[in-house]
Unconditional design. Structure first.
Lengths: 290, 290
């Protein structure tokens, strides 16, 4: 009996087969057109004879409410070609197995909650900083969906234009958190991709913006832990800089021991790049046990 | 069989006796010293012969985790005389009944969720704007506690000092949401109390700051509804201004019908000034049914 999981991100898809915990077989391909990308996933899973269920962690915004007629459809994404695309429908039709769906970041949060750095916590956030900034949010030991799902990357934060005149690059909000601190924001501000930036001042500014956003996560959600992942989020030295700046941003207001132990409060994902795909496998297993 | 409820706020305490839904008897007195204030509450409830349980909605930050040895103790409040004060201990000792505790804003949220404007919602926020700014947060149909409890009033928001040179009045963060938009912030910025301010520009600025904060509530928590209460929050005309500005702040990114119907998305409390005390009575009833 096999489960399938897709971490269906905006830049690449990871497709995995496994027992819900261990990844037995993994294939990664870039997110191109919807038809081609979904087609490759169908091809990968159609070859599994005993596929029981599929878990999908999909980039968003995406309709994740099972009550909605648009369940499984990507909505207002700025990604060309993907707006209003039904992703789950074609997968279900081609594969004929039950599908469990959540956002890509909630899937990563589920992975870290079940098997990783947030094991068993009641309330926490998995934040990914890369092409965009997203967050999987848990409260009461369950992923939060609410109105649609959280979109923490777009939160509005202080922006001192005297020190950081960069306008921000979010097509919706300009200088929201994602507009100021995503990978594309770093590239636009400094003229080269994040992985080629070694100026400490650039990383200090990045840490400052992230610390403001994470302070709001502490204040709005009272997260017991924050897991910081993603291509930029896991850049060497960044988490240490954010750990130094987050308590400054909170200025001692939230006075609890857990937050003072900042090295265990703000942590990297312990499943590394597999949080999302392991979370997707977990979703598939949960789907069949209902 | 009677239940007792205290909305123990930073400016006044409302003590009520009732059956958990209706308030049968209500007494309000100012929050003075801990000994005097707690003493008046004890006196009020000691006169109830069949008191079954007491629900307390307490101003914070307050330790609400039943596992903590400091359960029921106020922590880092800037309110003189109240820091590190155990409120629940003396009440329990004097009255000898089970006590259920939450924050004052969670109590108000519980009241609105059980009997008011947020009835039966899964994920919503009750925001009060008055002496301070606070929020009771529900996710998954339950109040969120997490690390301690949410402190949404202290979230960091954009502040354009060219248009609003006021530095903010939060002793911890300066120009956090509370520092820019609480009642004391309005008084400090305009030189008179909020209820005497009739300049539309002042209220537009107030609405703008609040809309930034509430946009972050939408983005971080995906709240299905926001209830806006408190002395300043319920000022005539303010909610209409915030309703106009919140969609601007979100810039169309969260594209769901529920949010487009802004008059039912952002609403006043339907229990008016009794949300907190009715929530406290509800807490007492829940405590005895466990």
């Amino acid at each position: 009996m096999s489960f399938g999981g897709i971490e269906a991100g905006g830049t690449h898809w990871n497709c995995a087969i496994g027992d819900g915990t261990e990844v037995e077989h993994l294939e990664t391909f870039p997110t191109t057109t919807p038809a081609e990308t979904i087609g490759r996933a169908v091809e990968f899973f159609a070859a599994v004879p005993d596929l029981e269920a599929l878990g999908v962690g999909l980039f968003g915004p995406v309709e994740v409410s099972p009550d909605s007629p648009r369940w499984g459809t990507i909505t207002t994404t700025p990604k060309p070609g993907w707006r209003d695309v039904d992703v789950v429908g074609p997968l279900a039709e081609a594969l004929g197995v039950p599908i469990a769906l959540d956002t890509d970041v909630n899937a990563a949060a589920i992975g870290e909650w079940r098997h990783g750095a947030a094991r068993g916590l009641d309330t926490f956030v998995y934040v990914t900083v890369g092409t965009g900034i997203g967050g999987g949010v848990f409260a009461g030991g369950r992923p939060v969906h609410g109105l649609l799902h959280p979109e923490i990357g777009h939160m509005l934060i202080p922006h001192d234009r005297a020190r950081d005149p960069f306008e921000g690059c979010c097509p919706y909000h300009g200088d929201c958190l994602e507009g100021l601190a995503s990978g594309p924001a770093m590239r636009a501000r400094w003229g080269r991709p994040a992985e080629e930036i070694d100026d400490p001042a650039a990383w200090e500014l990045e840490a400052e913006h992230l610390a403001h956003g994470l302070a709001n996560v502490v204040l709005v959600l009272a997260a017991e832990r924050i897991v910081l992942g993603g291509g930029v989020g896991r850049a060497p030295g960044l988490i240490e800089r954010v750990r130094a700046r987050l308590p400054e941003a909170l200025a001692g207001y939230v006075d609890v021991p857990r937050l003072k132990d900042i090295d265990t409060y703000l942590v990297p994902p312990s499943l590394n790049e597999r949080s999302g795909v392991i979370g997707a496998l977990t979703l598939a297993r949960i789907a069949t046990s209902r």
